[in-house]
Design a binder for this molecule. Sequence first.
Ligand code: ADP
Length: 270
Amino acid sequence: QGTIIVSVRAAVLGDEYILLLADDRTEITRTERIRNDFVANVSHELKTPVGAISLLAEALETSPDDEDTVRRFAQRMHKEASRLAALVQDIIELSRLQGADVVHQGKPVDINDVVADAVDRSRLAAEAKNIEVRVGGRTDVPVYGDADLLANAFRNLIDNAIRYSPENTKVGVGIRHKDGLVSVSVTDQGEGLKPEDQERVFERFYRVDAARSRQTGGTGLGLSIVKHVVENHGGEVTVWSQPGKGSTFTVRLPDLEKEPEEESAAARPP
Ligand code: ADP
């Protein structure tokens, strides 16, 4: 249904032939549109906290008398500044992931350690909502890649599981190795996602409920960072969910079982 855009160049060759060159510009135009949308979204997302901080600062300049108001304004400013910092960090991370081949310098990675690291990084958020994060399963087969990027991706999934679940629930992290793939799944007992949202959650800045996401410190970029990290590692991330019951996000990465030595593993493209 989409329009195919072609650029056609013609040249007359002698009396009988005309050379026609047609370029399919569709993909380029699509990429340009995505980039333009991203820039527009980034500007909008950055303007909101910057605007709030500047309004609050202006209000503080008129130095309200009561200490309570000053404290409240300062707290709001702090919150907006943290949001801004998280957003800038995610934008930088995403552009880094879209550029060079980030796992080119990768190494064999022990996925059990990476998951433990991610769970550790999410500990405070889990404790704040009294959510138990439990890891099940393990594998001694390594994957190839960048441990820090992977830990960050799993942390994003665990943070989301906590963010979109009610208090006093459980989050399960399962590690498996099957058919040449190491999989890590994060399951929550949260609000779940409708099928139409499941298709779109990996898009940049797509949120089911933007106000809720912002309020809880989300940037709208977490899952698209996860997707980029995983695809950079030659893997895939999928979601399964039942609205009202919970969601499972699963990352599958190719294993390194068939690599006999670390050296050849290091030379292998991800
Ligand atoms: P955000 O920073 O808003 O969490 P993400 O890219 O991480 O951005 O996620 C995109 C959207 O997907 C979220 O705003 C939320 O609506 C939805 N989402 C992500 N993870 C879950 C989950 N575990 N349960 C329910 N909804 C989720």
